[in-house]
Design a protein around this ligand. Structure first.
Ligand code: G3P
Ligand code: MG
Length: 242
């Protein structure tokens, strides 16, 4: 069964990576899970934010890593989104986990360790997952495959996805060699003939980001993807007749 993950929460209609966008997934969609991005503050707190810089989505500026959590909590998130929403702040992963425990949603946590490595983020993350008892609900992904290797070392049974945004060959053998559960690839790559079959032959799944229209979603389903990571889980649900 193809699964639907809401990319950065229900970000098609609500400010991305906010508690509002996450709660709306549970309230308004048939999604199986949520994809979100994590970074580390100056004082070592894991927070949920896509960009390394504050400028696009908040009323702050500069690198997130140069601010403490207390400083970051004074900022408003969603300044890039039209519409009237209750004021949102940058969520901590701890806040998110507290809420997630009240749901059955899977969460694909993308570790944003490609620009800054955020040394120690993997240990902090795994520690918090265990503290909350969320081992079954959390999946992991990163464009930095060294990060995934660290996660696998800390938690061998962790369900990990290797993110990629280019046209590679023989990814099934590569993913299997890394103990990855999935390849999480840009949509255009997933549609390439034979990719899903190669992965499935290696017992590896395929997550596709970020199809946002029905036609592309259908193409991806026909191509054999296992997970659609989309800003519009409502459209995906219609395509999948849920
Ligand atoms: O995890 C899928 C997707 O989120 C990867 O790209 O830039 O949206 O984090 P990005
Ligand atoms: Mg992401």
């Amino acid at each position: 069964m193809v699964q639907i993950f809401a990319h950065r929460g229900f970000s098609g209609y609500y400010p991305e990576n906010t508690m509002l966008a996450f709660q709306k997934v549970a309230e308004e969609t048939a999604a199986n899970g949520i994809e979100l991005d994590i970074q580390l503050t100056k004082d070592g707190e894991i927070v949920i934010m896509h960009d390394e810089k504050l400028d696009r989505t908040t009323n702050g500026s500069g690198w997130l890593k140069d601010y403490t959590l207390e400083e970051l909590k004074t900022l408003s998130v969603g300044v890039n989104v039209k519409g009237f929403f209750p004021r949102q702040t940058i969520p901590t992963l701890r806040e998110y986990f507290t809420w997630l425990k009240t749901t059955n949603l899977i969460t694909n946590i993308e570790l944003k360790t490609s620009v800054f490595e955020y040394e120690g983020i993997e240990e902090k993350l795994i520690g918090m997952v265990k503290e909350f008892g969320l081992e079954e609900q959390i999946w992991y992904s990163s464009f930095n495959h060294y990060t995934i290797a660290k996660i696998k070392k800390l938690m061998p049974e962790a369900k990990c996805g290797l993110l990629m945004d280019t046209w590679l060959m023989n990814v099934g053998a590569y993913a299997a060699s890394q103990g990855a559960a999935t390849i999480n690839a840009c949509s255009f790559f997933c549609c390439k003939e034979g990719v899903a079959a190669d992965l499935h032959a290696h017992n590896v799944g395929l997550q596709a980001w970020t199809p946002n229209d029905a036609e592309l979603m259908q193409e991806l389903i026909d191509a054999g993807v296992d997970v659609l990571i989309t800003n519009y889980p409502d459209i995906a649900a219609k395509v999948l007749d849920r």
